[in-house]
Design a protein around this ligand. Structure first.
Ligand code: HEC
Length: 458
């Protein structure tokens, strides 16, 4: 048995090498040759959620746009391309940051692609999944799914946790898994309960291909519907306060409103000129707020789909927004590390407060149900608590083991759940900020699973 595996591996590897190190005569292709190298070695730090150095590699266009210091690829000139200089250690810090340098064959492939003009995917060429191929980095370590999303149920008795292709319902007191809802296309990036707690919308989808929302019937643990409609993955979903609509925000620059009961697409809201990362309904259900990579927050009329106005104070991508429970203020934050609060009027919003709140991109925002505290998490590995009116800091939980990409406050205001990129979940007691549960690994890989996934991807 073992011999057969080794034999098979031995027979396969020359083929793998042949694919990887394309002959000089053959021009490397972005999708087939370049993207897999970036996905497997760089995406952990250069995804749109993490965005180190301001550089995102999820698509050709984003890679060509470059990072905080501008373009990283000069087509036709690998020796003048900062990405290559950093991979070679000629410009510091060397990439991949803190890891082993790229093998020579992969480096020469990247150079050959740039020297051949750095062409993008051919029209009609099948896109490759941006799901990082973690097993390639740590072949012997089981794959732990990052936590993409978290949401307490309206009665506070369940915590829904979104991971790779799966949602778990946990008992927030014990951490016990009550149910596993499977069959999602990729990472579940956002979750929303209907206010009656009967349904859970779980959204994500395949980067550059399709958005997906699965509506689960929670009591029976069965799938009620799958909503497809966006052409890229969904970063945020919200349920309307009357429980009738779900709003989705996608990388495809669009926001869609869906009828939860029938699954019908009710409306498409189109005005953002770049990826939309966050949506939220006002507590009265009349308005929808959205935050996007185009550095704006837009306010929409839910009934008509009309864009009412745009708030354009942010200096970089808006990644998180939240309405205060009373609806009196809207908070928005993102890559400019600043939290801004607004009072929303009929024709425009007025800026209430603005503070540089963090040392890195702000990933999530949440109000406590009493509206007194605004909680944020950031790529500097902290969770910060602020007075919601003044934004004056109250408390910091720093030295988080990894980026906290998901936050949820229990409806009674007693608990804060935090989900991290390393796959861990903790529940904090908001009375004393002590950890009451965790860190626990939500999606424990089954033994043998990583091998299965590795062979599926290779
Ligand atoms: C562990 C995290 C990590 C990994 C993995 C990683 N990077 Fe980076 N990258 C960073 C950080 C942090 C910066 C910002 C460095 C600075 O400016 O001090 C950065 C910056 C860059 C920049 C410069 C962006 C700009 O405009 O300043 C390039 C180019 C880059 N990385 C390429 C790569 C490539 C290619 C890979 C994969 C082979 C990779 N990185 C893997 C963390 C990472």
């Amino acid at each position: 048995m073992l011999a057969a595996i080794f034999l098979a591996a031995g027979m396969l590897s020359p083929k793998v090498v042949a694919i990887r190190a394309a002959p000089a005569s053959q021009t490397p292709s972005f999708s087939r040759d370049v993207f897999p190298i970036l996905r497997d070695n760089c995406m952990a730090c250069h995804s749109s959620a993490v965005k180190m150095g301001g550089l995102v590699m999820e698509s050709y266009d984003m890679l060509m746009k470059g990072g905080k210091d501008g373009q990283v690829i000069v087509p036709g000139k690998s020796a003048a391309s900062r990405m290559i200089l950093m991979l070679e250690g000629k410009v510091k810090p060397q990439m991949p940051f803190g890891g082993n340098p790229l093998p020579a064959d992969q480096l020469s492939l990247l150079k050959a692609w740039i020297d051949s003009g750095a062409a993008g995917p051919a029209p009609g060429e099948a896109p490759v999944s941006a799901q990082p191929n973690i097993p390639n980095i740590k072949p012997e370590v089981p794959v732990v799914s990052p936590i993409g999303s978290l949401a307490f149920s309206p009665d506070g008795k369940m915590l829904a946790v979104g991971g790779y292709q799966e949602v778990e319902l946990l008992d927030p007191a014990s951490g016990k898994v009550l149910a596993a809802l499977k069959g999602h296309a990729d990472l579940v990036r956002s979750l929303a309960w209907t206010p009656d707690g009967r349904r859970l919308a779980a959204a994500g989808g395949l980067p550059q291909r399709a958005g997906e929302i699965k509506i689960w019937d929670v009591a029976s643990r069965t799938l009620s519907k799958t909503l497809n409609g966006h052409t890229d993955c969904i970063y945020s979903v919200a349920a309307s306060p009357d429980g009738k609509l779900v709003a989705s925000a996608s990388y495809d620059k669009l926001i869609k409103l869906w009828d939860i009961e029938t699954g019908a697409e009710v409306r498409t809201l189109k005005d953002h000129i770049d990826a939309v990362f966050a949506v939220a309904f006002s507590p009265d259900g009349k308005r929808l707020a959205s935050g996007a990579q185009d550095r704006t927050v837009k306010i929409w009329d839910v009934a008509t789909g009309e864009r009412l106005y745009t708030l354009s104070e942010a200096l970089d991508s808006v990644t998180a927004i939240a309405f205060s429970p009373s609806g009196a203020q809207l908070a928005a934050a993102g890559a400019d590390k600043t939290i801004r609060t607004y009072a929303l009027g009929e024709k425009g919003g007025s800026l209430l407060e603005s503070v540089i709140a963090d040392e890195d991109t702000i990933l999530e925002l949440a109000y406590t149900p009493d509206g007194k505290t605004l909680i944020s998490s950031s790529a500097d590995r902290s969770i910060r608590f602020r007075d919601a009116a003044t934004l004056f800091p109250k408390k910091v939980l720093d030295n988080q083991p990894d980026w906290v990409e998901a936050l949820s406050v229990s409806p009674d205001g007693k608990w804060l759940a935090a989900g991290r990129y390393d796959g861990s979940v903790s529940v904090y007691n908001l009375a004393n900020y002590e950890q009451a549960l965790g860190p626990l690994v939500a999606f424990v890989p089954a033994t043998g699973a990583p091998k299965g996934r590795e062979s599926a991807l290779r």
